[in-house]
Design a protein around this ligand. Sequence first.
Ligand code: ASP
Length: 316
Amino acid sequence: MAITYPHQHLLGIEGLSPAEITLLLDLAESYIALNRRADKKKDLLRGRTLINMFFESSTRTRTSFELAGKRLGADVINMSTSSSSIKKGETLIDTALTLNAMRPDVLVVRHPDSGAVRLLANHVACAIINGGDGSHEHPTQALLDALVIRRHRGRLDGLLVAICGDIMHSRVARSNIHLLTTMGARVRLVAPPTLLPAAIARMGVEVHHDMRSGLEGCDIVMMLRLQTERMQGAFVPSGREYFHFYGLTYDKLAKAKPDALIMHPGPMNRGVEIDSAVADDITRSVILEQVELGVAVRQACLEVLARNLPSLQHNQ
Ligand code: ASP
């Protein structure tokens, strides 16, 4: 397959062209079947080193990159920030330079500060993948969400997608807005005014403060967690009140199209942004499929970046 991904890194969805997004989704598609086989191994990344550098907690993203790297034959190292020299006061750039000196091929970085991953990319020779930086971007999440949607609906353009909840603190929302609008979908944001950044409408989205009007006629309902770790002070009166107005229940979901898909990037807070019965409804919810396809998307991202590493040419 002729692969033409012209970037050294994957720092965000913003700036990727529709063709580049489609390339990543098509390649990810080819990994889904591989991951469902008993033997899931390829040796495309044999001899390559992938370091997961996570400065924030993660279940899905870190495990998924680890599996993706191992299934492509790479050596994968998970750096734990709790036992690293970060605790001894080393700066982010010094840590990155130290790891870079060990000649990894790819670094996957998650950091609580928006922009931190781009900063690192300016200081290292290896490829960098943004595993989530503050409330800025989480590109592989948006790609896996798009892959799930495309598999169920056959396309992205023309669909109406509602992203609901804590938009203010959500990198998932930002990456999804970039991806979906680039691919021709319509995006509606549904949130209380306190959880919406003032300038958000400039991103080409519709804004609703009421779940019922926001979900009206939607093809996809994407729910987000209240990201309390990024909040200073209270942004909502209480979890119970939030659930009453913004929690996804069957009653509110009835406004969306009858076959609307329910998505959530995880981790879910049941009874806060989503009712348990809705989250577990196997006829509507694709939340676990998002997790499954996340591995395929990360394999695709590792493949395109690895193919741009000069030293991998002989493996092609
Ligand atoms: N797992 C996603 C993220 O890292 C969403 C969340 O944490 O709520 O941004």
